[in-house]
Design a protein around this ligand. Structure first.
Ligand SMILES: Nc1ncnc2c1ncn2[C@@H]1O[C@H](COP(=O)(O)OP(=O)(O)OP(=O)(O)O)[C@@H](O)[C@H]1O
Ligand SMILES: [Mg+2]
Length: 419
């Protein structure tokens, strides 16, 4: 830490005076940490958290008036930017699980050593402020993933379908691409769709899935996610593709968008990180549908993407936005080979030729014809056109895109293993 860096503001909450004093003394040795308050009860901890908005709260799990878990729940509602570290004595592991579900970020066994204490405080502080840092998936989840997950590493690839302009066919492409991939990869690979168009996701409608569960059900468990929880909310499509649906009501998206990353200002990229991580643990391929807005959620997903399918339609507003996105991608240091340009809605009469679009941007990997009857009736029947009408040019183009994706993923896994 440089001398100018902000100090990490810490609040101590413990009912035992001696413990409070010991923690305060330990922390006073670290010039990068400032103890902004010391609370003797759960209720006082909540009050001081609201008043001082600390970065990190050390919270005793077992207190007489209000236990640390209840206090943490209250604090997460009032001060979602705070990172709670739970302190407990040996043997309180059952409590700990509940504490993590309540929103605690980490825990320490009493009495913690000075080193443990400082490094935990620093780690959770960084977790709260850094957008791209993946939140920890609980060890139980990781064990589960490696035991049952596919592939060599057990970590699948994210294919993120994105356009900076809305209404250009991202959802249509995401859904058909996933189904086409499943068709060509067969039973050996697990393929899924994650509808990260969190507020107005329509993957469920396009696939005619009347599911009872969605990612909204996972919001309260974001700190304690495991594969079993994920499986319990996935919807199954007859093609064999599994789907993590967006919340059915826009207001339910809120819980996924604020607070989960521990910082309201970050827009909730943290939750999406966790969901994508656990999806990648379970599936070989996760096709992610997004909304057309570069916010923190989308950036988190783009960061993690093996391939970004950039969708553009042959019209000037769409091309202009896609070009701007390429500039952003350059600033973000995304290598160009991670971006696959797909031109959607290609029609002889469109006035702009494919070559002109490619000259303005980059070589496309697929061109999907304009075919309103096929797209509309597929959407109305909830059956992707790659299934409904496999021989139609639009379906063939989508299958070609799926083959490109398959080959790209195979190449990168060869590179990994060939080293
Ligand atoms: N190749 C195509 N031919 C004809 N119509 C298409 C084609 N692709 C998409 N459409 C139509 O364009 C509209 C937008 O498609 P879609 O919902 O897939 O786009 P989107 O980028 O996901 O939109 P949103 O920004 O609303 O999420 C839909 O009405 C769809 O039927
Ligand atoms: Mg869409």
């Amino acid at each position: 830490m440089t001398p100018q860096a902000e100090k990490i503001r810490v609040l101590i909450t413990d009912d035992i005076a001696e413990t409070r004093e010991n923690l305060r003394k330990l922390l006073s040795f670290d010039p990068g940490i400032e103890v902004v308050g010391v609370a003797a009860s759960g209720q006082e901890g909540i009050n001081l958290a609201k008043e001082f908005k600390p970065h990190v709260i050390l919270m005793d799990i077992n207190m007489p008036d209000m236990d640390g878990i209840t206090a943490t729940e209250e604090i997460m509602k009032a001060v979602p930017t705070a990172q709670v570290v739970m302190l407990s004595v040996q043997g309180e592991t059952d409590y700990l699980r509940r504490a993590m579900l309540a929103g605690a970020r980490d825990f320490l066994t009493k009495p913690p050593s000075g080193d443990e204490l400082m490094s935990t405080i620093r780690r959770v502080y960084e977790m709260g402020k850094t957008r791209t840092v993946a939140m920890p998936v609980q060890p139980s989840a990781q064990a589960d993933v490696s035991a049952e997950g596919p592939g060599k590493s057990g970590i699948g690839d994210a294919i993120v379908v994105f356009s900076p302009k809305g209404g250009v066919g991202c959802t249509t492409i995401a859904v058909n691409l996933a189904v086409a991939l499943k068709q060509i990869l067969g039973d050996s690979k697990k393929v899924s769709v994650m509808d990260a168009s969190v507020q107005f996701g329509d993957v469920g409608v396009m696939l005619n899935l009347q599911a009872r569960h969605s990612m909204a059900d996972l919001a309260p468990h974001i700190h304690d996610m495991d594969v079993e929880m994920l499986r319990s909310v996935l919807a199954s499509h007859s093609s064999g593709v599994k789907v993590l649906l967006a919340p059915p009501h826009p207001e339910e998206a809120e819980a996924l968008l604020v607070g989960a990353s521990g910082d309201e200002d970050l827009g909730g990229g943290g939750s999406m990180n966790v969901l994508l991580d656990v999806m990648r643990g379970e599936f070989d391929v996760v096709v992610v549908d997004t909304w057309s807005w570069i916010d923190d959620v989308v950036l988190t997903l783009l960061d993690a993407a093996r391939l970004i399918i950039l969708v553009v339609m042959p019209n000037i507003p769409s091309i202009k936005s896609a070009r701007l996105f390429l500039e952003v991608a350059d600033r973000l240091n995304y290598p160009l080979d991670r971006i696959a340009l797909v031109i959607n809605g290609v029609d002889r009469r469109m006035g702009i030729r494919v070559e002109q679009i490619e000259q303005a941007m980059l070589q496309s990997v697929a061109q999907i014809p304009l075919d309103e009857p096929a797209v509309q009736s597929a959407a109305n029947h909830g059956l992707p056109f790659v299934i409904r009408d496999r021989n139609r040019p639009i379906s063939q183009a989508m299958i070609q895109l799926a083959e490109y994706v398959r080959d790209t993923l195979a190449e990168s896994s060869e590179e990994e293993t060939g080293l």
